[in-house]
Design a protein around this ligand. Structure first.
Ligand code: UN1
Length: 508
């Protein structure tokens, strides 16, 4: 293929293709004949090269005043705003998202630049009194060093931004591995930072497979933190390796998010929320609605409206303005989702009331499209209720009370996002307290997180960290505690404190 577009590595300020590296093809999932680019199958050697560059750059970057670091991040945000259309179109082409969602992805990165840049003038620490006279206690946030960032294809600009922009403002240097399905989007993101004036070696981009590059990053002794968004299986493995090599590790893994609809809910609103939550991004969001828990009094009406709404959704390439639902990202994902649909059809009592197969027709024949699919009669033990499918498949469960609804929602290994539709504030607040999830929406779908709020989940979804928000800073910094003694003598904590009180009494 002459003149084929390449997505290269960027290390120490140089773009390069590793000698003899194999090619990973980035394919437009809506038209598998369209090869977006090829990326190198980099090796552990490339990871090491990137880590050495990041280590070298760290010495100066950590001493750069945070407002100066933030100025570059702000500029990168402005550049992404200028390139929003071009980047959004690349998201639509490479990841298959409808163009409005592609633009939303880039907007989320711009928003994140705005948030992270502001932190350059905060990064607040604490001051505290000492138990001893003429002594002062302070805390400072310090960068960790080289951070390894492993990101998914489904938010190929936004999630790198969540991770990298906080990491950089905090003074870390970065080795970034984008998903092998979306190397070009990863490159576009890095280019915005380079063009904003980020010094050489501060961000390094290594393209390749997770099994090689992610593994080499997790193993590397000079990487201090791995932050990964991916499947629970991969996340757990990375956490194990990080444990063995003494790294920090922040995990953002699977979800099986549910929308609860109570008997007093505004039905149209709940239906709209479920359609957007379940079929937006073709169900390929960590926050997608994959379970719908409906009060029996509304169940039949709601299912009928959902089926009507789902069958009206327009499937097609993301670059078509009229598309509502794009393709699945790759062939193995297509096979996995179709397999789950097959399992659902065979599961006891579950009934496929909408979709249920690969989509066909002129607009979709060239790509990996699956029909928006709805199962009713689902019960808690079923695999389509319990397991993350990451596709346009919604499992509907009928319940008869709020307590049963919440118990049903919680009966699952994941805990990322959740939602409840009700007009009753008491029920909403009770559910908000009882739901086991990192995010709860009241009268809104399970998707729609904003960058200035903490993002993450409980149980199998993560390991206690929250990205974005102000909590993102905790992932990318360590605390340094400083005591300043200006008494001019040795003062012993915990021991001389009695003497301090005695001296105090004497002087009264
Ligand atoms: C993800 O699903 O991987 O709330 C991230 C949302 C988006 C972020 C989702 N703002 O759905």
């Amino acid at each position: 293929m002459p003149n084929k577009e390449q997505a290269m590595n960027y290390v120490g300020g140089q773009w390069y293709w590793p000698d003899g590296a194999g090619e990973i093809r980035s394919i437009n999932p809506a038209d598998t004949q369209d090869i977006v680019c090829v990326a190198p199958e980099s090796s552990a050697k490339d990871v090491d090269r990137a880590v050495q560059a990041a280590k070298k750059a760290f010495a100066a970057w950590r001493r750069t005043p945070p407002p100066a670091r933030a100025a570059i991040v702000r500029k990168a945000g402005q550049i992404m705003a200028e390139r929003k259309r071009e980047m959004g179109e690349m998201v639509a082409r490479e990841a298959g998202k409808p163009i409005a969602e592609g633009l939303g992805d880039v907007q989320e990165a711009i928003d994140m630049a705005d948030l992270a840049a502001g932190e350059g003038r905060r990064l607040y620490g604490d001051t505290a009194p000492s138990e001893l006279p003429s002594k002062l206690c302070l805390t400072f946030r310090e960068p960790l060093g080289v951070c390894g960032l492993i990101t998914p294809w489904n938010f190929p600009v936004a999630i790198p931004a969540w991770k990298a922009l906080h990491a950089l403002v905090c003074g870390n240097t970065v080795v970034f591995k984008p998903a092998s399905d979306t190397p070009k989007c990863g490159e576009f993101f890095v280019k915005a930072l380079i063009d904003a004036g980020l010094p050489q070696g501060v961000i390094n981009l290594v393209q390749g497979r997770g099994s090689t590059i992610g593994e080499a990053m997790s193993q590397h002794p000079d990487i201090r933190l791995i932050s990964i968004t991916g499947s629970t299986v991969t996340g757990k493995h990375v956490a194990e390796v990080c444990g063995q090599t003494g790294k920090h590790c922040s995990l953002e893994c699977g979800g099986k998010n549910a929308e609860i609809v109570m008997d007093d809910a505004k039905l149209e609103l709940a239906v709209e929320g479920a359609l957007w939550g379940a079929f937006g991004t073709a169900g390929q969001r960590c926050t997608a609605t994959s379970r719908l828990i409906v009060h029996e009094s509304l169940h039949d009406k709601m299912v009928a409206k959902l089926v009507e709404g789902a069958s009206k959704l327009i499937l097609g390439p993301g670059l078509n303005e009229s598309t509502d639902v794009g393709p699945l990202v790759n062939e193995s994902q297509l096979k996995k989702v179709l397999e789950y649909i097959r399992i659902g059809k065979e599961e006891d009592k579950a009934k496929c009331v909408c979709g249920g197969g690969r989509a066909t027709g002129q607009a979709v024949d060239k790509g990996w499209f699956v029909e928006p699919t709805i199962f009713t009669g689902v019960t808690r033990k079923m695999r389509i209720f319990q397991e993350e499918i990451f596709g346009p498949v919604l499992a509907v469960v009928k319940v008869s009370s709020l307590a049963e609804a919440v118990e049903t929602l919680n009966d699952c290994e994941f805990g990322l996002s959740s939602s409840i539709y009700t007009q009753d504030v008491n029920n909403a607040m009770w559910a908000t307290r009882e739901i086991e999830a990192g995010i709860v929406y009241v009268n809104g779908p399970t998707i729609g997180a904003e960058v200035h709020m903490p993002f993450g989940g409980v149980k199998g979804t993560g390991n206690g960290h929250r990205e974005a928000g102000k909590t993102g800073l905790d992932i990318f910094t360590e605390w340094k505690t400083v005591y300043i003694d200006y008494s001019g003598k040795l003062q012993r904590a915990q021991i001389d404190t009695d003497q301090v009180l005695a001296d105090q009494k004497e002087s009264v």
